[in-house]
Design a protein around this ligand. Structure first.
Ligand code: GUN
Length: 297
């Protein structure tokens, strides 16, 4: 990461700024007798999920959000997981519930996400919150990663109004909600959005006319320098583990973007790590603080 280069979007610094702003709101809540509470649920021993939940727990502790983590075995049935969620839904000290994806095969994610109370759904995955996002209803919770990308764009001075945006990937966690946010009428939106995916005929042609590209398809270093125009803004959501003979572990993490070669031609680009990742956590904290405020008021 080269934080001194002006075209590098420093996600860690922007996330830290948001956390400072949230600290004021947490202090206000505590002043009125409310401590924000968040429950994490993890099923199985997926190493990446362990790391992600660990980072989220640490961020909660730093901000003064009380968190509790429930770890269930890999072989947990869907019914057992739903029973735990019902308990967490009913717990008055909890304002948010996050069930870390991916879940084991025997458990249907859609059923799980629909069981979390919409008012505690700080992931923004419940159909009610997905619907509110589509409708432009601000009372819902927005998914953390695409909300973090919007925040990065706004806070690094990127104009989305009228911009040609290409989103690589159509997943429920990033691609689809990202499109819904950016095509909405209003501030930090108003873009012309194209979603590219595995069946798109000529991804390069779409990317070459994009002012902003959000890469969230999960293909290591997919976006190459010859696929972007000079002055493009690139947001790299990808986290891919690839083999790397030069590293001690034999692997390394790379994004969906060929960062090194796009850096010299981009107007703005997120590093990886230190770009979108910290913003996902900042938006989770923000949703949780908001959930507590909504309950308090
Ligand atoms: N897995 C990958 N991203 C996310 C996320 O934002 N929330 C949850 N719960 N699981 C994820």
């Amino acid at each position: 990461m080269e934080p001194s280069l002006s075209n590098v979007v420093d996600g860690r610094a922007i996330a830290a700024q948001i956390q400072k702003e949230l600290a004021v709101r947490v202090a206000n809540l505590k002043g009125s007798g409310v401590t924000p509470g968040l429950a994490f649920v993890r099923v199985g021993e997926d190493p990446a999920s362990k790391v992600y939940v660990g980072r989220k727990e640490k961020a909660c502790a730093e901000l003064g959000i009380v968190s509790e983590t429930h770890v269930l075995p890999e072989a947990t049935t869907e019914a057992d997981l739903l029973a735990l969620i019902a308990k967490l839904n009913a717990a008055a000290h909890l304002h948010g519930i996050l069930v870390q994806a991916p879940l084991p095969k025997q458990i249907r994610e859609s059923v799980v996400f629909s069981t979390v109370l919409p008012t505690k759904d700080v992931d923004g995955f419940h159909p009610v919150n997905v619907g509110k996002l589509m409708l432009g209803d601000p009372t819902g919770f927005k998914p953390c990663t695409p909300a973090g990308v919007v925040e990065l764009l706004v806070r690094s001075g990127v104009k989305t109004d009228g911009a040609e945006v290409v989103i690589l990937g159509r997943g429920n966690i990033v691609g689809k909600p990202m499109a819904a946010m950016l095509c909405q009428k209003g501030n930090a939106a108003n873009s012309t959005v194209t979603i590219c995916h595995s069946a798109t005929r000529d991804i390069k042609a779409h990317c070459l006319r994009a002012d902003i590209i959000v890469a969230a398809m999960g293909v290591p270093e997919f976006l190459k320098a010859d696929m972007v125009k000079p002055g493009v803004v690139v947001m790299d959501v990808g986290v891919n583990r690839v083999s790397d003979a030069s590293s001690k572990t034999g692997t390394k993490l790379v994004g969906d973007v060929d960062y090194k070669n796009i850096l010299p031609i981009a107007a703005k680009i997120t590093p990886n790590p230190g770009g979108v990742g910290p913003m996902t956590i900042a938006m989770l904290l923000q949703n949780t603080v908001r959930a507590a405020e909504m309950k308090a008021n």
